[in-house]
Design a binder for this molecule. Sequence first.
Ligand code: MN
Length: 260
Amino acid sequence: MMKVESALRGKRILVTNDDGIHAPGLKALETIAHSLSDDVWVVAPETEQSAASHSLTIRRPLRIRRFGERRLSVDGTPTDCVVVAVNHILRDQQPGLILSGVNHGGNLAEDVGYSGTVAAAMEGALLGIRAIAFSQLRYGDGPTDFSVAEKFGPDIVRKLYSLAPERDLLFNVNFPPLAPEDVTGVRVARQGRRDDMVGVVEVNDPSGRPYLWIGHWGDDTTREEDTDLAAIQAGAVSVTPLHIDLTHKSSLPLLRECFP
Ligand code: MN
């Protein structure tokens, strides 16, 4: 454990998120990062960017605002933040690790494709930097409690950082909506898939005109084993390795027969 811990000491850690520079979950992740290294930088979106996915801002300029010596915002997406941090703010000394989150709400199953939190880690992986996304499932409507993240986060970061680097690999970590003492453990899980999808709800505004909300309001119960959904259902922290290449490799031979 000491050996692994010393691997991070003195390493530069970049912390970002998709909930914005003022989000409580960002503060929780900064605390985790500070427990591992003295060289922690925060570059986070100026405003909330949840479900921004892996978007880049390329049709307007970006501005940086400074909130502290090592605490800055960019008025763009999570991906913009990582790109600006690595190529501009921290260009003289690159981060050795990127932590994204802790997101307010889970990023399980197909959420991964919409998530700005995961996308920031994905950008880190593209840049060849070890990257981990963290999300905390919500307890009803109340403020999100990040004590599970603060209890389990540091050890998860140390262990994932100790693994041999692999091209285009990133990690997606979700914390269950429980008190720390009720968490059943840490489970390695594959990305799941919900039975129901993002939906549309039409309601009327005060003048009687319809408007729409899109989102997912179903529950996350699953019968699929070994998934992130099942791990959370079992009260565990889920750790899922993700990679950037979306190729469905087993379809390649069939496709080559179609297009000889
Ligand atoms: Mn978010």
